[in-house]
Design a protein. Sequence first.
Length: 177
Amino acid sequence: MKLKACLLNLVLSIGLLSCNSAIDAPDEYILTSSELKNLYKQKDHTYLLFWTDWCGGSKLTIENYYTAIKDSIQSRNLNSQIVLIAADETISLDAVKSKREEGFLSYYMDSPGGNALSNRIAVCNYIDEVFPNQEVSYLDWVAESMPTRILINKHGEILNPTLQKDIDTFIEAEIYN
């Protein structure tokens, strides 16, 4: 299954190469795959949320769910963190800065997409680069594209490789119990 997804990504990536451009943002706002590896090693659990500003689900997930989780992590002094990763090059730097002002770790991925399809491919490629020996099966489904949520531990193990909703169960168990 992962081979099919990789082949599809390769074919689509070739067709979308002209759509991929560099982010025009200061380096401290760009999270490379190696920097992400260093970041998740600092906490017991890291909740990654790949988001776009055109996706209502992304906005609602951050505003209605992750803001409360962030506040609970801080108030209960849990050794966890939420990292918001902008998956679309059209997201303004002000939007990323705004998330930081709200108390989130917020970055662009180093090679985001510029539309729905290239965003999806960029997220898959980024995850494959950071976690090369782990399969995330829900990334094979277009319906599961944005927001993309991944839960990892400090050893770099993806704890929700089959369904994004698994992350909600884990968060609720850690935060609310």
